[in-house]
Design a protein around this ligand. Structure first.
Ligand code: TMP
Ligand code: ASP
Length: 242
């Protein structure tokens, strides 16, 4: 489908209208950012790798019954998606304590979380995505109680499905962030699932294979994303063909 006017440009993706009001084109750029846009860079191949990675994950989830906005790959760095009315809330599940959880609660980095824990954050860069709870979501009308239940259930379901997928590739899914949006009466998984929005560690060495490499200046960012893709069998080399 032809790309129309740009609807929105985020820190790493741009979204375009199409002739169909219910369909958007999502472009994964080579831009990367961390700390709510404070640290930015351009990384060769990143847009292409994340686009294909996201398509692979979204199709895997759809195969397991998780309804997503993803429709198809359009080009090396673009995908066609359903237009959702996004809920301005980020859903995070953590299997191992690291990142902001350790800073906030002073718990040991690397601690196994049994059961996995769940957090909501408000999607707002200026406020640095503050942590919120279900009462905030209700009082400010960001989502209904039913939608909150669906988001929690689906995020834990994604944790089970992708935990198993990454485990088969010798990796630990440490934590991740999902976003959901409304499509008619349904609540669908939106946005993306890539190493930009999750933490993945090598099971044996605990080497970081995700955006923490960029956040912490460890280098080899796209190389790590490509290693994850290779381990999962994501096709990064085909000549597009959606
Ligand atoms: P955190 O430890 O910084 O709170 O991050 C938890 C997980 O959520 C981690 O996998 C990164 C992801 N995340 C995003 O994708 N975008 C964000 O804006 C934030 C704050 C976290
Ligand atoms: N996604 C946010 C940003 O790009 C936060 C982060 O990943 O550190 O700034």
């Amino acid at each position: 489908m032809e790309k129309g006017e740009e609807l929105y440009s985020g820190k790493a993706k741009s979204v375009f209208l199409t002739v169909d009001p219910e369909v958007l084109i999502m472009e994964f750029r080579d831009d990367t950012s961390a700390f709510d846009g404070e640290k930015v860079d351009q990384l060769d191949r990143k847009g292409m790798v994340n686009n294909r990675f996201n398509a692979f994950i979204m199709e895997h989830l759809a195969g397991k019954g998780v309804v997503t906005h993803f429709e198809k790959l359009c080009s090396a760095n673009e995908s066609q998606v359903k237009r959702l009315d996004m809920i301005p809330v980020e859903c995070v599940v953590r299997n191992i304590a690291t990142g902001s959880l350790c800073r906030r609660l002073g718990v040991e980095d690397g601690l196994d979380l049994q059961p996995p824990t769940f957090e909501f954050f408000l999607k707002n860069d200026e406020l640095h995505d503050p942590m919120i709870n279900e009462y905030h979501i209700a009082s400010f009308g960001w989502a209904t109680p039913d939608e909150v239940e669906i988001m929690k259930r689906q995020t834990f379901r994604v944790n089970e499905i992708l935990g198993a997928l990454f485990s088969a590739g010798g990796m630990i899914l440490v934590d991740f962030k999902l976003e959901f949006g409304r499509f008619g009466d349904a609540l669908l998984l939106g946005d993306e699932f890539t190493p930009d929005g999750c933490r993945l560690w090598d099971r044996d060495t605990r080497k970081k294979l995700d955006k923490d490499r960029f956040r912490q200046g460890l280098g080899g960012v796209v190389e790590a994303y490509e290693e994850v893709a290779l381990r999962l069998g994501v096709d990064l080399d085909s000549s597009v063909s959606p």
